[in-house]
Design a protein around this ligand. Structure first.
Ligand code: NAP
Ligand code: ZN
Length: 350
């Protein structure tokens, strides 16, 4: 496909809230001077896609083409593009533009720019809806595109664009490393990357999962300990154990119970984005001078740093590759916590 003008491309979309995804076409803008045209090879299925298709966060724009874990190959570059050439292996994550002038943008935290444009379920500067990675092609500004290092295959790299950076950023920020005890709550798409990255950073990693069903996997991914949160004795046995707990859980959680697992001065970082609020007895942070924090993906430079780190340490996602016709079935399995550990769509089937 070559693109002097806007064009229609193949995609999978939810026509309305909660509807199954179906095959369709959506417009992609003409390749502008700073844009690259990407032939999408793989798109990961993030639980955020499911929250949004279901309109669980109550801000959906339909028809919605989800997908913010995109890996592909550049097939055309705009006249002023300097960072990429045709044939480059690239990735696109959760946002495709930002104001480039505010404090967040200037600090490389474009994800927090108040004008950041989501890869999908957002409006671009012309007021047109953006469409995500469950699609054959996408046009993206080169400054919001990252390079996938040679050492990573595109299929296992795709999930790094959201799941990878969402765990890498807080693990670095809160200094997971040698001598630190880190717990990852929830062994799904985000959680399994958290285990791999925290272990590669040198931390001692514990998985806190609902059951012991995935224990062998968790230990193989790099964890040293694995506990079931359905067993109440876990919370007494591990009380005061961790420097850092990262929750990736997609449903409302009793955060107070997890704060109880922190050492004095420890931090619980919540990255899960449940659809309903949670309540918290504030004595859980007062006692022990604890911190409850949040973290959202990462900036462009940090995303590139994460990809380079993952390539250097041989960390791809554990994936189940599916055809586009299996997307709805995959959604149901993710919602049932039945994913090992990321569904990735082969975009050639779209
Ligand atoms: P996922 O693959 O479904 O993993 C979530 C895991 O949470 C499940 O595998 C399960 O792990 C655990 N879990 C699910 N329901 C639970 C419940 N009721 N109680 C306790 N544990 C439960 O989802 P994901 O793609 O990793 O995304 C996780 C969450 O992070 C979603 O809410 C997503 O929207 C959000 N997210 C946030 C960011 C960010 O920037 N902050 C970025 C991406 C995604 P076990 O089976 O091991 O218990
Ligand atoms: Zn995501």
């Amino acid at each position: 496909m070559s693109q002097a003008t806007a064009t229609q491309v193949a995609a999978f979309a939810a026509p309305e809230p909660k509807a199954p995804l179906e095959r369709t076409t959506v417009p992609r803008r003409a390749v502008g001077p700073h844009d690259v045209l990407i032939d999408i090879k793989y798109a990961g299925i993030c639980h955020s896609d499911i929250h949004q298709v279901r309109d669980g966060w109550r801000e959906g724009i339909y028809p919605m083409v989800p997908g913010h874990e995109i890996a592909g190959v550049v097939t055309e570059v705009g006249a002023d593009v300097t960072r990429f050439a045709v044939g480059d292996r690239v990735g696109v994550g959760c946002f495709v533009d930002s104001c480039r002038e505010c404090e967040a943008c200037l600090q490389g935290q474009e994800q927090h720019c108040l004008e950041a444009t989501g890869t999908y379920n957002a409006l671009d500067e012309n007021g047109d809806p953006t469409y995500g990675g469950y699609s054959s092609h996408i046009v993206v500004d080169e400054n919001y595109t990252v390079r996938i290092p040679d050492g990573l295959s595109l299929d296992v790299a795709a999930p790094l664009l959201c799941a990878g950076i969402t765990l890498y950023s807080p693990l670095k920020h809160w200094q997971a490393g040698p001598g630190k005890k880190v717990a990852i709550v929830g062994l799904g798409g985000l959680g399994h990357m958290g285990v791999k990255i925290a272990a590669a950073l040198g931390a001692e990693v514990t998985v806190l999962s609902q059951s012991l069903r995935k224990k062998d996997d968790g230990l193989a991914l790099g964890a040293t300990h694995y506990y079931a949160t359905s067993d109440e004795s876990t919370f007494t046995e591990l009380a005061g154990r961790f420097d850092l707990v990262v929750s990736t859980v997609s449903a409302p959680l009793d955060l107070g119970a997890y704060l109880g697992l922190l050492k004095v001065g420890g931090t619980l970082v919540n990255v899960g984005a449940p659809e309903e609020p949670v309540s918290l007895n504030l004595f859980s942070v007062i006692g022990g001078n604890k911190t409850l924090a949040g973290s959202m993906i990462g900036g462009i430079a940090e995303t590139q740093e994460m990809l380079d780190f993952c390539a250097e340490h041989g960390l791809g996602s554990e994936i189940e590759l599916i055809g586009a016709d299996q997307i709805n079935e995959a959604y149901a399995r993710v919602e049932a916590s039945d994913v090992r550990y990321r569904f990735v769509i082969d975009a050639s089937t779209i």
